[in-house]
Design a protein around this ligand. Structure first.
Ligand SMILES: [Zn+2]
Ligand SMILES: [Zn+2]
Length: 252
């Protein structure tokens, strides 16, 4: 199983548009969140933010096997507009899996018509030996958000960008993953008033409860924290990593 970080940035990405600060100028680019999982010639994409076109082109793939959306916030969702353009050139023939609430939101945009299947919480689908289960994650009160557990016979990957809370039952399901990819937007503390995410010590404590072998934080912003990811990592527990875009993990 091969995992590629298509994007690791905060909602603004790095560099922040119109910002000339030192950190925006000196940091590597961070696109909006997205993960690709490749196994048995399948290319499975988790999240589709506004940078999806660039992310797919950079990844070099020539086929998408399936898309899994987590929720309809801009930075995880607006790639759907790019997929609509693919329909016009006959290359949009893949299924987008999403929860009911995200589907209702998508349906309200009359010019986007994607091939969709709803995947309700605690349901899963099998794609050639990969089991992908949707679980409910608390995030913003006005929307429903999915996290995903991706398993084969011996490996387990959990993907939870953006989290305010998780039930004990769902936490139990996510425990002991080989790889946990999780919301790290406010990992060093909240820099703005945002009730939709955990942050700081509270977030670190919650992440540790997942008991994952390796932890990868996405949503980090050099612009907001005025420090590099390397310097931020030094303030975090040992198995917490802040990956760059295009980081590849191979699970044997
Ligand atoms: Zn900046
Ligand atoms: Zn969100």
């Amino acid at each position: 199983m091969k995992i590629t970080f298509l994007g690791t940035g905060s909602p603004e990405g790095i560099p922040v548009m119109l910002c000339g600060c030192k950190l925006c100028a000196s940091s590597k680019e961070r696109l909006r969140p997205g993960l690709m999982i490749q196994q048995d010639e399948q290319n499975i994409i988790l999240d589709a933010g506004p940078d999806i076109r660039k992310q797919i082109i950079q990844s070099g793939i020539n086929k998408i096997s399936a898309i899994f959306l987590t929720h309809y916030h801009f930075d995880h969702f607006w790639g759907v507009a790019e997929f609509e353009q693919l329909n016009w050139v006959g290359l949009g023939n893949f299924t987008t899996y999403l929860n009911n609430n995200t589907y209702e939101h998508l349906k309200s945009i009359p010019w986007i018509k994607l091939k969709c299947e709803t995947l309700d919480f605690n349901n899963h689908i099998n794609l050639k030996g990969l089991k992908i289960e949707a679980i409910k994650i608390e995030h913003a009160d006005y929307l429903e958000k999915s996290g995903y557990i991706i398993r084969d016979e011996c490996r387990k990957v959990v993907y939870i960008p953006d989290i305010k809370a998780i039930s004990d039952l769902n936490l139990k399901k996510c425990e002991n993953a080989d790889i946990l990819v999780i919301d790290g937007q406010y990992i060093l503390g909240k820099y703005i008033d945002d009730e939709d995410h955990l942050g700081g010590k509270e977030l670190i404590k919650k992440i540790q409860e997942f008991n994952a072998k390796k932890i990868y934080l996405i949503g980090f912003s050099e612009h907001w924290y005025k420090k590099s990811a390397k310097d931020a990592e030094k303030q975090l527990p040992d198995n917490f990593n802040i990956p760059d875009d295009k980081t590849v993990l191979v699970l044997k």
